[in-house]
Design a protein around this ligand. Structure first.
Ligand code: ZN
Length: 76
C-alpha cells in the first residue's frame, strides 16, 4: 500500500523514517524474588483492528509517533 509519510513535528522530512513494530511476550515472575518463572516461547505482534500496531520514527528530528499521525501530516 503506497501511503506517503511526513513528519508532523519537523515537517521537513518526507523521506527517511524507521518503522517500529511492537512485539509482546508473556512473562510470569515470582513477586518476591523477581525470578522469571515462565517466558512464552512465542513473540506476538500487537495489532489494532487486524493491522500491526506500527509507530514511525522520523530520522530527521527523532520524533516517534503513531503511523496515522505521519499519514495525516502527509495529507496536509
Ligand atoms: Zn521530524
Amino acid at each position: 500500500m503506497a501511503v506517503p509519510y511526513a513528519c508532523p513535528i519537523c515537517k521537513a522530512n518526507r523521506t527517511h523514517f524507521e518503522l517500529i513494530h511492537k512485539i509482546a511476550r508473556e512473562i510470569h515472575k515470582d513477586p518476591s524474588t523477581g525470578e522469571t518463572v515462565y517466558l512464552a516461547p512465542e513473540l506476538e505482534t500487537l495489532s489494532r483492528g487486524g493491522r500491526p500496531e506500527t509507530d514511525v520514527r522520523c530520522l530527521h528530528c527523532g520524533y516517534t509517533g503513531s503511523e496515522r499521525l505521519f499519514i495525516r501530516a502527509a495529507l496536509r
